[in-house]
Design a protein around this ligand. Structure first.
Ligand SMILES: [Ca+2]
Length: 422
């Protein structure tokens, strides 16, 4: 261990500044050493430790627990670390803490953190429970085995701190029964979020998707996550990471955004989207936001590649998509308008075709082809309305006019301000 020592004789005490990361084999000893609220005494000092009746008193005499980030060695090597996020050995996210604290808070240790001084504590819970731990995984009963039964499974999410504003849900695994085939209503299984802002119920396959939930004002009303399962046996599997987001963070989503994406480019999908087996869900109504990155002034959307169908079903919102269906636009009630189901792209224009100065903006887009014009030809669509935000709406009816619609998958890429974009 490399130590740049400032040795001061003060009775029997030496204070040394720790200048290097302590070696791993020391760490395993540390992990087994006595711990008190994130403070460890290493084996190096055990002999001295044994010579004292009350090590806690000495420890606190020199290094009270409120002192964080102390990097000194004395007769007692004291290491403190913040309870920050960590990646466990299993790949799950956890919180760095001592073994004792992890056990007392109901977690399970899963690998080291804080240069080996802490343990990555993973919180995983299932039905009819509550959590106030940031980064808790909500899994189905019997996970990782699927659950085929019916009933209700609920997690109450209590704010870890009064200054928590949002809850982010990441669907690491999400497979429950999909909607019925006629009107695409989730009438067998449902995932319901309550206690925050209104959020549409979803079902089907949603692995990789996410949601932001408003955590509300105060601390007495928890956000509740509920899986309702009914009907035919189905191999249901879910694992949802529940992250609590403090109000004053840069990764907080904008207001009114059920989904919030960052980065210059990315992919947006409606819930239960799949080019072969997915069905667009009815009764949806939510915002999708993309953070406007620095020096970008517009955003361009393009339907995802569909490699499994002869004809792309990457954007099929209305019509009988077993046959070719043109794009439809606008909010009127005519055959080529979007009165019932739509994706709202503010003031959309096909790339390469700027709207005439007097034209009304196209906002709603639907049909079976993605374009801001009435067309059978799919096109990239540009919007320069800020902030970058879409709105997706579906009613409660599909048949007989709308058949086999999949919803949407769009790739987005932000456009730099140098391109005559205002
Ligand atoms: Ca509909």
């Amino acid at each position: 261990m490399g130590l740049k020592c400032l040795v001061i004789l003060f009775g029997l005490l030496k204070f040394c500044e720790l200048n290097e990361t302590i070696h791993r084999d020391t760490l395993s000893r540390v992990a087994n050493s006595k711990a008190t609220g994130g403070i460890y005494l290493t084996k190096w000092n055990r002999g001295l430790e044994r010579g004292h009746q009350d090590t806690k008193k000495l420890e606190h005499r020199f290094w009270p627990p409120v002192q964080r980030d102390s990097r000194f060695l004395s007769l007692f090597t004291v290491v403190t670390f913040p309870n920050g996020g960590c990646a466990g050995a299993s790949g799950d996210n956890g919180t760095c803490m001592t073994a004792r604290e992890c056990t007392s808070r109901g977690g399970s240790a899963n690998g080291y953190c804080a240069n080996g001084f802490g343990l990555c504590c993973i919180f995983m819970t299932s039905c009819d429970s509550s959590t106030s731990e940031n980064s808790t995984y909500f899994v189905n009963s019997g996970y990782p085995a699927p659950y085929e039964g019916t009933g209700s499974c609920e997690l109450s999410v209590i704010k870890a701190h009064p200054d928590v504003c949002q809850i982010r849900l990441d669907f690491d695994r999400f497979s429950i029964a999909g909607p019925e085939q006629v009107n695409h209503v989730c009438n067998q299984d449902q995932f319901i979020v309550s206690g925050g802002n209104p959020i549409p119920a979803i079902c089907g396959s949603n692995q990789g998707s996410h949601m932001y939930v408003d955590a509300g004002i105060g601390t007495i009303n928890p956000v509740k996550l509920t899986f309702v399962t009914s009907g035919n046996p189905f191999e249901r599997l879910w694992k949802i990471k529940v992250t609590q987001i403090p109000c004053n963070t840069i990764y907080r989503a904008d207001e009114g955004c059920l989904q919030y994406y960052t980065g210059v480019s990315g992919q947006l999908r409606s819930f239960n989207y799949h080019p072969v087996t997915g069905l667009q869900l009815s009764n949806q109504d939510y915002g999708i936001c993309i953070r406007m990155e620095r020096n970008f002034c517009g955003i361009q959307y393009t339907a995802c590649a569909d490699t499994v169908n002869n004809r792309s079903r990457a954007f099929t919102l209305t019509g009988n998509s077993n046959n070719p269906v043109n794009s439809m636009i606008g909010s009127g009630s005519g055959a080529n308008n979007c009165a019932n189901d739509w994706l709202l792209v503010p003031c959309a224009a096909n790339v390469g075709r700027l709207q005439p100065a007097q034209a009304l903006c196209t906002d709603r887009i639907c049909g079976g082809t993605f374009s801001a014009d009435l067309s059978m030809q799919s096109s990239s669509v540009l919007s320069t309305v800020k902030p970058f935000r879409l709105w997706f709406h579906t009613d409660n009816t599909e048949a007989p006019a709308d058949i086999g619609n999949r919803g949407f998958c769009l790739n987005y890429i932000q456009q730099p301000c140098t391109n005559n974009l205002i």
